[in-house]
Write a new protein. Sequence first.
Length: 405
Amino acid sequence: MAGLSLCLVLVVTGVGWAVLRDDTYVAPPPPRPSAGIEPGEAALALRQLEQAVRDAAPEVAAELAPTGNEAAADLLRAVVRNADEIGVDRFTLRFIDSLGGVDGGGRWSATVETGWRFAGFDRSASVADVEIGLVAEAGRTAIDSIGGAAGPSPVWLTGPVEVLRGPRTLVVATTGAARYDRLARAAIPVVRRVLPQWRDGLVVEVPGSGAELDAALAAEPGQYAAIAAVTSGVGDDLRPGVPVHVLVNPEVFGRLDGRGARVVMSHEATHVATGAATEPDAVPEWLTEGFADYVALRDVDLPLSVTAAQVARQVRREGPPASLPGEDRFDTRTTHLGAAYEAAWIACVLLAERSGERRLTRFYAELRQGLRQGDDAAGEFRRTFGLTLPAFTRQWQAALADLAA
């Protein structure tokens, strides 16, 4: 209260000082936009694009491009066609603010609050601040580009895509949609063998490159260079209940053989089914990633010399890890990333062998719910498996040592 009282005194004193001055106090005028920036005209162009998407009118959208700019016209046609094929609804564009000034060609950028939903798959709309390029022309503002460094660049808004839609799967890919569609469809029964209650759909988005994946997620360049795919909430709000999609890095995923690709897609589909992208931060990373690999590898007939080769090599060099892998071990730019995934998978395999798959699955589900209510992971672990987390860690270390022998 003392700080609040002081603040009030300062405000009152400042007002009194302004009123008692001899010269008349005049509030400063609001700042004027830079020359060429017309927020009202920009907002009008955005509303017209909104309507063109709703009306499935690609040629109307193309008219919003700068005069003579066929690349921009093609982009706007593609946005409308993409939306129609995907089944986008609740599409909104709201001008927020300009980004910088106008260049010599009349070009400028704006932050635009963009909302959309993939009908039939997303329960709610995604909302993100997207950078949109604009051009000041005589009597109007045209739309030049969509996406940029100031925010995410959603795959379906930044160029033509191939769309394949099934009863439980939706693939939105710049190219090669048929392969991803087969993998997505195959992942559904893999996940449901362990999680039969999962009934929602699986959305897979495939940008054209690793750099475009970074742009889609508004990530630092190269952040996902070593990752084949990532499951993420879509938009700026990542609270539980937001749409969650699988986004693929085609440069890494494309190097996987058929079995490897199926395992990765099933791993990511498990993340979708469990809500991993929006689960509480306190859920241990080893459980999140280990469980996804447990589901994906459960019925894959491969020896441990293949599925745990990287962690075995690491243990031979350095000995067993001091603790179960934490969040820092799963950083996308860290070394020995594969070994961390394998170590987490071994932990979940041991728990399933000790207490059964159903108990492992229930532990994961109850842990997520319990932590939202302030419970602790160690206590839930002890109640579920009948031993302490440190005791289990020692068993896990011994199993890794045996594996590496």
